[in-house]
Structures are given as structure tokens and as C-alpha cells.
Design a protein around this ligand. Structure first.
Ligand code: SAH
Ligand code: SF4
Ligand code: F3S
Length: 440
């Protein structure tokens, strides 16, 4: 089918949304939509949204407001909201912003073609079910389009952990793992299309327990080892993990699976056991620290990343000190930290909040510590040789950029045919957000 209609997709939130946006664009591609980079002139605008914090959710409404002139210029323009805000707020979105024609949740976007038919008849469409069927089975097969060197692949969705602050179990639903044979097929297909590095995705990716090719249930480590056998696939990563699902074979894989990169995002959220309990994290600071020791024993050069929440209801200055102590003890190569944001429908949202200025102050102090650790980790790379998978030209003339095995952004002066290749690079300079190097 020819792509005569223009589709603009904007993605917020986590990598799973990035993956979903690609799949939605593919599904609409089969309906004759071609993806464009700007909303101006588009026939359809789709916002793939995130509900994790209040700010993220509110962005959707301000962005929708900005489309008003486009809609006035083109009354046939269709506007859709997908993703986690769609799931959480459903019809409320159409009430607050009547311009919206379509609302589709993260588990029903395989039904987009049907919903588009309704839009074609001048109706509105809303689908935020948690259907029995697997959306991935019903999505159109991959088109043989060339891809960049890196790709995401969702292997597991949803979450059964119910941390008391988090909307994900409500917006994404229960934990489901995709079967191994489909994932292997998708991975091989990505590699044929030029992909060299695959990041396996899941809200709780290390809880993966998919139906194996041998009839048994496979864990994430076994899936990674099977993917490592694919010729042409050079690098494997996975995100995001929960400390309680970091099983022995996955730790071992960090030591003995060459294609598994030495980088791990393992959020702990807080360093106080009292707060961790109130968060329903089901681990302690101590058990997390012991776990990190075991992973580092398997892979001493592992770059560790994490997520933190400050100002959780009931958090005292002493609790916060425990978070700082944990950060000091563990040492992070990179980390994300957030001020607690009460989310409707979650247990913690019912609890008394901490003083907002105390929360702001804690966030600043934590971020200062995390930034200094990140800088130190980056500066320590100067003089070392890393292997870089080059992705694309940089901003400067003759510059190529890519990622090291530790996920640092690295740029060099080099030929454009480096794209998609892995090459050794000696790091000569450490900038605020990237490393500069020379090809060896
Ligand atoms: N599934 C992942 C991450 C989910 S969301 C995990 O379990 O680690 C990404 C991060 O957003 C979380 O790790 C947490 O640090 C943060 N987050 C989630 N809900 C939040 C809230 N209500 N307020 C502030 N930060 C939140
Ligand atoms: Fe949210 Fe906790 Fe599940 Fe992560 S493990 S998605 S933080 S409920
Ligand atoms: Fe946001 Fe949904 Fe991902 S709430 S972080 S887009 S799972």
C-alpha cells in the first residue's frame, strides 16, 4: 500500500513507549500512513503518553493545546492519545480536550486499524481494555525496512509488584512474558535489518519467564544466552530490573556472556528500610548492597545505574541520610532521581505528604552527590580504551557518535561508514554529557 497520509508520533516516558510507538507506526503504516517528523501538515497526530509523575501526565494536555491551530487549519486532522495517560484517564481526556478523536491504551493498539475505520466514519474511538489476546500476535509483521544499529525489543510487559507509589501496574496491567520463539524471530529480523545491539525491555524485565522453545519456562538469562547465538547481533542489554528478580543465572551471565554489556540499571528508590517498607519494595538497603557486591564479583567493571525517589510520604531527614549513605557506599555511574509525585489510585497517594521545600532540598542534595559520582566515573575513563558501537554522525563536521559498552556517549573524528560498526576508541576527554576519543 502506498503511504499517502502523514502520521506524526510523539513519544513520552520510558523505552517501552518508544518500542510501542514504532509498532503503532508500523500498524498504521499498513493502513497507508507514512511517518513524518513534524506535526505541521500531518493527517494524524498520535501522542504516546506517560503517567508516571504528575508533570509527565500534564505535558499531554499542554501539548494537545498546541495542536489547536493545526486542527483549525485542517478540520480533517485526527488526533489520538495512546499510552499510559490514555489508560489511566480514558474518557476524561476527551472531556478535557474535545479535539481528541482517539484514545488507545498500551494493550490494545493492535486494534488501531479498526479504530481508524470508526474515525473515518466521523466517530470517536476509545479502547482501554486489557484484552485476553496478545497484541503482538495481532500486529502486522515487520516490514523489511533498514534500521539503525540499535533497537529495543519488549520481552515482558506489566508489573505485579505494586510499589505503593507507582502507576505502572494499573496502566500496563499484569505481568506477561512473550514466548521465546517469537522474540527470537523478532531479534533475527532486527539483525537482518541492520541492528547490532538489542535492548530487551520490560517494566520488570528480569522477572521474564516466557514459554521456551523446548516447552519449558525460560528466564531472562536463558533468553539472553539464546540471543547471543545470533550471528551479527553484537550487543545485548536489558532494562528495567527489580532487585528481587536478579537471579543467580542472570548474575552469572554478566560474567560469562560476552555479548551482554557491562551496564545494569537496578533501581533501589531509597536507602532507608522504613521507607522501602512503606514503598512496598520488599527488599532492604542491606540486601540491595549485598546483591550489588555479588553482581560486581561476576563483572567487576560493571557500570551501575539506578532510580531514586525523595520526599516519599513519611520520609524524615534521617531516612534521607540513609539514601545518601547508600549512594556513597554503592557508587553509581549514572542515576535518575525524582521528587515523589502522588499518583491517583496508588496507596501512597493517600498518605500525608512531606513538606515540599524539604523534598526540593533533598532532591538537590541527592542530585549533587549523584552528579559528582557520574562525573568521577566519566573522568576515570580518560586514557582508557573502550569499544564503541557507532550510531550516527555527530553535530560537528566529520564527527561520529556512538555508545561505549558502559553506555557512555562517545564521539570521534571518523568516516561516516563507521555507522553500525564497533571500533576501539581511546578516550581523551570527558565532557559534561559525553566522552571524546580517538579511533585506535
Ligand atoms: N519498573 C521500573 C521503573 C518504573 S518507573 C522499576 O521498577 O524500577 C521509573 C522510575 O520512576 C521508578 O524507578 C521511580 O524511581 C520513578 N517513579 C515511579 N513512580 C513515581 C512517583 N509516583 N513519583 C516519583 N517518581 C516515581
Ligand atoms: Fe512500578 Fe515497582 Fe513495578 Fe517498577 S516494580 S514498575 S516501580 S510497581
Ligand atoms: Fe510512563 Fe507508562 Fe513507561 S507510565 S514510564 S510510559 S510504563
Amino acid at each position: 500500500m502506498t503511504g499517502t497520509k502523514k502520521l506524526y508520533v510523539k513519544t513520552y516516558g520510558c523505552q517501552m513507549n518508544v518500542y510501542d510507538s514504532e509498532r503503532m507506526a508500523e500498524a498504521l503504516g499498513a493502513e497507508g500512513y507514512e511517518q513524518v517528523d513534524t506535526p505541521e501538515g500531518a493527517d494524524m497526530i498520535l501522542l504516546n503518553t506517560c503517567h508516571i509523575r504528575e508533570k509527565a501526565a500534564e505535558k499531554v494536555y499542554s501539548e494537545l493545546g498546541r495542536f489547536k491551530p493545526l486542527r483549525e487549519a485542517n478540520p480533517d486532522l485526527k488526533i489520538g492519545v495512546a499510552g499510559c495517560v490514555a489508560q489511566a484517564e480514558g474518557e476524561e481526556i476527551m472531556r478535557r480536550q474535545p479535539m481528541v478523536d482517539l484514545v488507545v491504551g498500551p494493550q490494545t493498539y493492535h486494534r488501531l486499524p479498526k479504530m481508524m475505520e470508526a474515525l473515518g466514519r466521523g466517530e470517536k474511538a476509545l479502547d482501554t481494555d486489557f484484552p485476553e489476546e496478545d497484541k503482538f500476535v495481532h500486529l502486522p509483521g515487520d516490514r523489511k525496512v533498514r534500521r539503525g544499529p540499535t533497537a529495543f525489543l519488549t520481552v515482558q510487559e506489566g508489573c505485579d509488584k505494586f510499589c505503593s507509589f507507582c502507576v505502572v501496574p494499573y496502566t500496563r496491567g499484569a505481568e506477561v512474558s512473550r514466548p521465546v520463539d517469537r522474540l527470537m524471530r523478532e531479534a533475527r529480523d532486527l539483525v537482518e535489518r541492520g541492528v547490532r545491539e538489542i535492548t530487551l525491555l520490560g517494566q520488570n524485565v528480569n522477572a521474564y519467564h516466557g514459554a521456551g522453545e523446548d516447552g519449558g519456562e525460560w528466564g531472562l538469562a536463558r533468553l539472553i544466552r539464546a540471543m547471543a547465538e545470533i550471528d551479527g547481533l553484537e550487543r545485548i542489554r536489558f532494562t528495567t530490573s527489580h532487585p528481587n528478580d536478579m537471579e543467580d543465572d542472570l548474575i552469572a551471565a554478566h560474567g560469562d556472556c560476552e555479548k551482554l554489556m557491562p551496564y545494569l540499571h537496578l533501581p533501589v528508590q531509597a536507602g532507608s528500610d522504613r521507607v522501602l517498607k512503606a514503598m512496598n519494595r520488599k527488599h532492604t538497603a542491606e540486601s540491595y548492597i549485598r546483591l550489588i557486591e555479588r553482581i560486581r564479583a561476576a563483572r567487576p567493571d560493571l557500570a551501575l545505574s539506578g532510580d531514586f525517589i525523595v520526599g516519599f510520604p513519611g520520609e524524615t531527614e534521617e531516612d534521607f541520610q540513609a539514601t545518601l549513605n547508600l549512594v556513597e557506599e554503592v557508587g553509581y555511574a549514572s542515576a535518575y532521581s525524582f521528587k515523589y509525585s502522588p499518583r491517583p489510585g496508588t496507596p501512597a497517594a493517600e498518605r500525608a505528604p512531606v513538606d515540599p521545600s524539604a523534598a526540593d532540598d533533598r532532591l538537590q542534595r541527592l542530585q549533587a552527590l549523584l552528579t559528582s559520582q557520574q562525573r568521577a566515573a566519566q573522568n576515570a575513563m580518560v586514557g582508557r580504551t573502550v569499544s564503541v558501537l557507532f550510531e550516527k554522525p555527530g553535530r560537528m563536521d566529520g564527527q561520529m557518535v556512538g555508545k561505549s559498552e558502559y553506555l557512555h556517549a562517545v564521539h570521534v573524528q571518523g568516516p561516516s561508514d563507521l555507522s553500525g560498526r564497533i571500533a576501539p576508541v581511546e578516550i581523551v576527554e570527558s565532557g559534561p554529557n559525553s566522552l571524546a576519543g580517538v579511533l585506535k
